[in-house]
Design a protein around this ligand. Structure first.
Ligand code: HAM
Length: 418
């Protein structure tokens, strides 16, 4: 019987896992240096958690099922709602701001294509308990630094859902219409906006994209809309701090984002070479979600990288991954020396990546195997050498070999491996 893997999922062979782990460690070490702490929430949640505010798009694409107790469950499609639930359950008493990160699989029942999977990984941060533009800037800056750490070329687009929402509130448009407008912006169906709002000010505002003078233009379009104008001021504080750090970006006041919980700054990052699915990062401010889940008013901001797309981009842009090396291969030449060979290997494994022949091969074949592994050294364990407390150390790149006392082996290898 042949059983295939589910559509939109992937197996990751060792080489790929090695590359993924390398990228993950680079990003993670940066998150830690910005003092974010790792958390993990369940893969499975009550579907209600995401139905409330994650938006139409996510709702349609959720993996939903009934458990044996008749509860409607789902596989997590994103982590921000889970983090807010967890904040209310167990993080709310921590010192503010609470800074957390995660790296875990998400599930969306979408049409699979290059860069779009049904099971995919996100690495993201959430910063809860600060409503300031400083927090927005830190989070956006960290996303940029992560891309730089991986040597990826990217573009950054910044928008502000609050400007749009405040304008629509100033115009007395209800939440349902507001959500629809933002949905059409996200799905890039701007032509449909006219049917929903038909107001020139909104249509003009969402067309504002670029780097120079955009905020000034927005300011004049929004003349008389007090709340919306104030929010432009907030956005200009955020980008002012980014300017001071030398961050390059474009402003896009028509940025929608597929998730409904955003209330303020939103941003997206794209990379070259990935075709249609080139958005590697999305994030923004969501000041009402914690309260919606029963917590105290807690402003929050965060982002998530689509980790699979980050990996694809690294390959596409020719980023070189360090190879995984075997330092030493231990070669027992006969059955009698196996116990000693095993001891030697076990001692070496305290310091070096060490393999041992497990197929009882002849020495020539073990050396071939060592070459295939890219082993730097082979330690040949034979009975004659053992009787003198020695082994033979073979340097696989030069071919040179010499006798070494077993008690000196670790020191000798440490010196030669550098
Ligand atoms: P999102 O934009 O839905 O935001 O997803 C973030 C990233 O996940 C996207 O930019 C994309 O790279 C990746 N992604 C999304 N769907 C797929 C898929 N089917 N296959 C592969 N990659 C995918 C969120 O999920 C928010 N929770 C981000 C956030 C955190 N906002 C505030 N904090």
């Amino acid at each position: 019987m042949k059983v295939t893997k589910p559509r939109g999922t992937r197996d990751f062979p060792p080489k790929e896992m090695h590359e993924r782990n390398h990228a993950k460690e680079m990003i993670e070490s940066l998150f830690i240096r910005y003092n974010y702490h790792e958390i993990l929430s369940p893969t499975m949640e009550h579907s209600q958690l995401f139905r409330v505010k994650s938006g139409e798009e996510i709702g349609e694409h959720m993996y939903v099922f009934q458990d044996k107790g008749g509860r409607e469950m789902c596989l997590r499609p994103e982590a921000t709602a889970s983090v807010c639930r967890m904040f209310v359950d167990s993080l709310r008493d921590l010192k503010k701001p609470v800074k957390v990160y995660y790296s875990c699989p998400m599930f969306r029942y979408e049409r699979p294509q290059k860069g779009r999977y049904r099971e995919f990984w996100q690495m993201g941060v959430e910063l809860l308990g600060s409503g300031g533009w400083e927090a927005d800037s830190e989070v956006i800056y960290l996303a940029c630094k992560s891309m730089e750490a991986l040597s990826l070329e990217f573009t950054l687009e910044i928008g502000h859902i609050g400007v749009l929402r405040n304008l629509m509130t100033d115009m007395d448009l209800d939440d349902r219409i507001q959500d629809k407008v933002i949905y059409y912006l996200d799905t890039e169906e701007e032509d449909k906006l006219v049917d929903v709002v038909g107001d020139e000010t909104i249509l003009e505002l969402v067309k504002l994209k670029g780097s120079d003078g955009i905020l000034e233009k927005a300011g004049s379009i929004l003349e008389g809309y007090v709340r919306a104008q104030k929010t432009i001021g907030e956005l200009s504080d955020v980008v002012g701090l980014l300017d001071a750090q030398g961050v390059k970006y474009t402003i896009n006041l028509g940025m929608g984002r597929g998730l409904e919980y955003y209330t303020g700054v939103v941003f997206e990052m794209r990379v070259k070479g990935l075709g249609a699915e080139n958005q590697v990062c999305g994030g923004g401010r969501y000041d009402e979600l914690v309260e919606l889940f029963g917590g105290p008013p807690t402003p929050a901001v965060g982002f998530a990288f689509g980790f699979d797309r980050v990996l694809d981009a690294m390959k596409e842009q020719g980023v070189v991954f360090p190879e995984r090396k075997v330092d030493v291969l231990v070669a027992p030449v006969s059955r009698e020396v196996w116990a000693d060979a095993f001891k030697v290997a076990s001692r070496l494994r305290e310091n070096f990546v060490t393999d041992i022949d497990l197929l009882n091969r002849k020495l020539g074949k073990i050396l071939d195997y060592g070459n295939g592994l890219g082993a730097r050294f082979v330690v040949i364990v034979g009975s004659e050498e053992l009787s003198r407390g020695e082994v033979t150390l073979k340097d696989m790149s030069s071919g040179d070999q010499s006798r070494v006392e077993i008690k000196e082996l670790v020191r000798e290898l440490s010196e030669r491996l550098g």
